[in-house]
Write a protein that binds this ligand. Sequence first.
Ligand code: PAF
Length: 276
Amino acid sequence: MQEIKPIGDLRQCIKQLKRDNKTIGFVPTMGNLHSGHLSLIDKAHELCDVVISSIFVNPLQFGENEDLDAYPRTLNDDLKFLKQHHCDVVFIPDSATIIGTRNTTLVSVPNIGEGLEADVREGHLDGVATIVTKLFNLVQPDIACFGKKDYQQWLMIKKMVLDLNLDIQIIGCQTLRENDGLAMSSRNQYLDETQRKIAPEFYQVLLKCAQAIQPHNPLLALENAKNELLKKGFSIDYVELRQQHTLAPTNSIDNAVIVATVRLGSTRLLDNLELN
Ligand code: PAF
């Protein structure tokens, strides 16, 4: 696996790959990799000749009150896992070269990039859209894989690619779960022992909600789910019914998705459930 830090070296590498007519699959990450990330690498391999990943903890997507420095950095383990999954190239830029100052041009995606996460984490989705645009420009992939756990992020990037006429196919990959149903996430390691035991209840409540949901009054099941989550000790950022493709609020269960974010202590857990 080739490890690349300077942008100039990455440009050379991409030029060569394009000259060789290789298709490029891309998996951007912030490191601290788990099986969910690695399943994206595997997917990219299925679809492309060459797989490129990036590891960059993006300051633009952290708010003033969020601890960027505390974000877990596990580069040695990450590189080991990427090698095991036959990643061909990993791009590890430093902040100064890829972002410059915080006073950078920003990419902002209307509608899908508004509400939900954008309401709770001001500037977060613009930070994601901006860094992903920069990485897409540098890597010039044919496809890029994103986990559907971050449902709004995935849809926002799909819209961004369409709006900016980028010739990149965005692949949404199923959420990987622990045996007890908890969606895999780098944040799970912040849970203490008691919280870790409660955390799988989040997905169980969403499943129960999806089963109980009535077409004539879907919001009742959502209200019940919220009450149940509160009883179990979660605090709630949002539990909402939205349209699968647009994320517009909806009262219909057709092509809907339940998107939810809760907290256990200070740890945020994201999950969602598509109703088909
Ligand atoms: O999902 C993530 O890990 C990040 O938001 C991403 C897409 C790598 C951008 O920094």
